[in-house]
Design a protein around this ligand. Structure first.
Ligand code: SF4
Length: 339
């Protein structure tokens, strides 16, 4: 998948609602004049994607347009159409925190759905009743698949969010009964942990959740659930070594790129590429080139050079973890939580 940042601003972090927002600090220095990706920039990116085999393969899986809040970009419909020339699968991530169905942002989203796009959301309990719930009611009648991200600070927080979703889908009729069934499985598992192992570590959580399906499939509607632990982010934008939900152990990222495989490429609005979900929040220094300014050949050379740095840095991180020096930054510029 290619994850492309198309917008800097977000109504939520502009209002300080997301205290530990992972993109606020990396995007904060982008001047207001550059907040919105332009259609011309999107055209340059789409052209380069078609020239670079690895990126083209990832694009065929899916291009995810995100930000900031992608629907805040006034050019988002045109940008969507440009990336649609690269791949049939383009989706857009939104916080769905819009005032009503007459908001400009909602109307942009409708255009994108009409053009064959999909909208995925992150659940925000503080925005749920007033903003997200009424619009999600509309959205599930306009598309037949979506992914919901659930970011949790602890198990009770996760339990509450699953219950919000379960209550919502159980009122949407028989087309969603398989969704409610899957949510019930999650609810049972998380509720058991809340009752019996409220301070469990991540290994116990993972083991208990087992191989619970991530998708409730049906031709009428397919829901994908992505449960993500939240992290504390310091004022300089550094992510902590442990997640908020499981503070006992370092939360390690296994870097596929260092091992020679690229599953995802994040492309920031400035064009910088990193082969994981880092938009600057993880502070990974070796970049895989710049999609706006580098030639295809230069980008390929950067892929090789940076993969080697990642492999070397990760070996040092593993040594540091073994010798009790976790959290130390190595000279290769690889974050200490990448193993
Ligand atoms: S080293 Fe870490 S931050 Fe850098 S690309 Fe790999 S997983 Fe991402």
């Amino acid at each position: 998948m290619l994850s492309i940042f198309v917008e800097t601003s977000c109504n939520r972090y502009n209002r300080d609602e997301c205290v530990d927002c992972h993109v606020y600090e990396p995007l904060a220095d982008i001047p207001k004049s550059d907040w919105h990706m332009t259609p011309d920039q999107a055209r340059i990116m789409a052209e380069k994607i078609s020239q670079i085999g690895v990126l083209n393969t990832l694009a065929q899986q899916e291009i995810n347009l995100t930000g900031g809040e992608a629907t805040q970009n006034p050019h988002i419909v045109e940008i969507f159409k440009i990336f649609k020339t690269s791949t049939p699968s383009v989706c857009l991530h939104t916080n769905l925190e819009m005032n009503s169905t007459s908001s400009k942002r909602w109307l942009r989203l409708l255009e994108i759905l009409k053009e064959g796009g999909r909208a995925d959301i992150t659940l925000y309990p503080t925005a749920w009743e007033k903003f997200q719930k009424p619009l999600l009611k509309e959205l599930v009648t306009l598309q037949n698949r979506m992914i919901v991200n659930v970011i949790f600070e602890n198990l009770t927080h996760l339990q509450k969010q699953i219950e919000l979703l379960m209550s919502f889908f159980s009122k949407e009729g028989s087309n969603f009964s398989h969704v409610v069934q899957l949510l019930k499985v999650y609810d049972d598992k998380v509720s058991w942990l809340v009752k019996n192992q409220p301070d469990c570590d991540e290994a116990i959580y993972t083991n208990h959740m087992g191989d619970t399906e991530a998708f409730a499939h049906d031709e009428k509607f397919t829901l994908g659930l992505s449960l993500l632990p939240a992290f504390k982010v310091d004022p300089a934008g550094n992510r902590s070594m442990t997640s908020l939900a499981f503070p006992k152990d370092p939360y390690l990222i296994h870097c596929p790129a260092a091992r020679g495989s690229i599953d995802i490429m994040t492309i920031t609005q400035t064009g910088d590429m990193t082969p994981c979900c880092d938009v600057g929040n993880l502070k990974c220094q070796p970049k895989f080139g710049n999609l706006l300014s580098d030639t295809a050949d230069k980008i390929m050379a950067k892929f090789e050079e940076s993969s080697k740095k990642m492999l070397a840095g990760i070996a040092k991180n593993q040594e540091n973890l073994k010798s009790g020096q976790s959290g130390t930054w190595v000279k290769e510029g690889i974050p200490p939580y990448c193993g």
